[in-house]
Every structure is written in C-alpha cells, then in structure tokens.
Design a protein around this ligand. Structure first.
Ligand SMILES: CC(C)(COP(=O)(O)OP(=O)(O)OC[C@H]1O[C@@H](n2cnc3c(N)ncnc32)[C@H](O)[C@@H]1OP(=O)(O)O)[C@@H](O)C(=O)NCCC(=O)NCCS
Length: 240
C-alpha cells in the first residue's frame, strides 16, 4: 500500500507561543495581514491568528524555497487562500493549527477542539451519517467526526459551507475509514491529539488505497528544524 506521506504533508503548530517567538512570527506578516489581525477583538484571538499565519508563511516559504515574508499569498472571492506552485490548506481551533501541503494534489484540512458545549447540529448530517452516529458509542464525537470531514472537503474544493454540505457522506470516518466521494476526492479522519478531531481531504487522482500522512510538529520540518534549534540556542545564551 503506497503512503500519502510523499504526496501530502500534514503539520501541526502550537499557537500559544512565547512572546519572543510571536515577535518573530509577526515579522513574516504583510501589512494587510497585520491589519486583519488588529481587527480581532480579543487579544488571545489576535495572538493565535498571528501565530497561525506566521507558521503558515514559514512552512510555505520553506517548501517553495523563498523567505516567509515574500510568500505570495492570494485569497479567492470564496475566501480560499492560494499560492503559486503549491497546494495547501490551513485550519485552526483552540491552541493549534493544522496545515496540509502538497506539490501534487489539492488538499483541504479541518481541526476542531472537542467541546461539550457546541454539539454538531444533526440537521447537517445525511441519512447514512445519522445511522452511523446513532450506532456510535459517543454520539457527539461521531457527529463531530462527520462535520470535520465535511469541512475538510469543502475547504479542499474551495466551496465553503452551504446547504450542499448536508449531502456529503462522511459516515465511513466514524469507523476510522476514509470516505471516497464521487468526484474522486478522499477524506480521512486524522489523529491530531487529545481534545481535537481532524480530517484531511485530498483530490486524489491515483489508483488504489493510500494511507493518510502522519501529523508532525511544524518545528520539525527539515528546512525549519535547524533555524528553530539555532533560535533556541541563541535564547539559551542570552540572544533574542
Ligand atoms: C472556510 C470555512 C469552511 C472555514 O471553517 P472554520 O472551521 O470556521 O475555520 P478553519 O480554521 O477551519 O479555517 C479557516 C481557514 O480556512 C481558509 N479558508 C477560508 N475560506 C476558505 C474557502 N472558501 N475554501 C478553503 N479554505 C478557506 C483560510 O486559510 C482560513 O484561515 P484564516 O482565517 O487564518 O485566513 C468556513 O468559514 C466557510 O465555509 N466560510 C464561507 C461560507 C460562510 O461563511 N458560511 C457561513 C454560514 S454557515
């Protein structure tokens, strides 16, 4: 069974960063991004949004071989961000961001913090999903798994959320299996970590099954790990 690791990478970033790290990440943002961050009312949201965008720029810059601040991010009318030469998708929830990157396939990713106070409205589920949810040991977890699958898919295609989201069948995810859609997209449940649920959608054109990539910390990216280690050593010896 071939692995998707080579075709799609999945990175997680911790958004509660130190003040020094936040200052470095702010330095990668464009004037427009800084304005957008400043519009967020809560200080915690500003900090986390900025960290997510800074990590996204660092990661895309490392993949494209350009400085993070020069990554040419554009946003389509639908809201889907893009960059020439690379497919990616970003999702953030709570204290973490999940970023999918691929040089070959369109990707969509979603992560949601599992909270008891925000159950998924079951009117968004199709009949097969409702059956899977009814048979699940943890009903709200199963519904959330379907929901993150739907969000990952609509983020991959760039459609965004509308009424058609109800027709998407993500019931296989409840049994930890991938959902295969009629248009060739595959959606996997993703193990993100305690307290979170995730899903990855890939516009997979190959034949046969593939395994989803494992989630890795963004600081371990081969082209970022050296820089992160150098910054840690610099801090340890009294530098910035
Ligand atoms: C895109 C959408 C699915 C995001 O879901 P979410 O769970 O709220 O947020 P996530 O953290 O997972 O994703 C946000 C990221 O998705 C990306 N994004 C935004 N719009 C997108 C789109 N149409 N397609 C793909 N990706 C999109 C951006 O990178 C964004 O990050 P940013 O806010 O830092 O710029 C959702 O906001 C949406 O469908 N919006 C359009 C329609 C709408 O507003 N409907 C509201 C009625 S329910």
């Amino acid at each position: 069974m071939p692995s998707a690791d080579r075709e799609v990478q999945l990175w997680r970033a911790d958004l509660d960063v130190s003040p020094a790290q936040l200052r470095r990440l702010i330095g990668y943002l464009s004037a427009e991004e800084l304005t957008r961050a400043a519009r967020l009312r809560r200080e915690r949201d500003r900090r986390r949004w900025t960290a997510a965008r800074g990590w996204l720029r660092r990661l895309l810059g490392a993949e494209l071989g350009v400085p993070a601040a020069t990554v040419a991010l554009r946003v389509a009318a639908s809201g889907k961000p893009s960059v020439p030469g690379l497919c990616f998708s970003l999702s953030h929830s709570g204290t973490l961001a999940l970023i999918a990157v691929s040089h070959e396939h369109e990707v969509g990713v979603d992560v949601e913090a599992v909270t008891a106070d925000r159950p998924v409205p079951e009117r968004f589920l199709c009949a097969a999903e409702r059956t899977a949810v009814d048979g699940a040991a943890d009903r709200s977890r199963a519904a959330l798994q379907c929901w993150v699958g739907k969000e990952a898919y609509v983020k991959g295609t760039g459609e965004g959320i509308d009424d058609r989201i109800r027709e998407l069948d993500m019931s296989p995810l409840v049994a930890s299996r991938p959902a295969t859609l009629p248009d060739g997209w595959s959606v996997w449940p993703i193990e993100v970590g305690p307290g979170y649920m995730g899903a990855l959608a890939v516009g997979w054109r190959g034949s046969g099954d593939i395994r989803p990539p494992r989630v890795r910390p963004v600081s371990s990216h081969p082209r970022l790990a050296g820089a992160t280690r150098r910054a840690t050593v610099a801090r340890a010896v009294g530098g910035v």
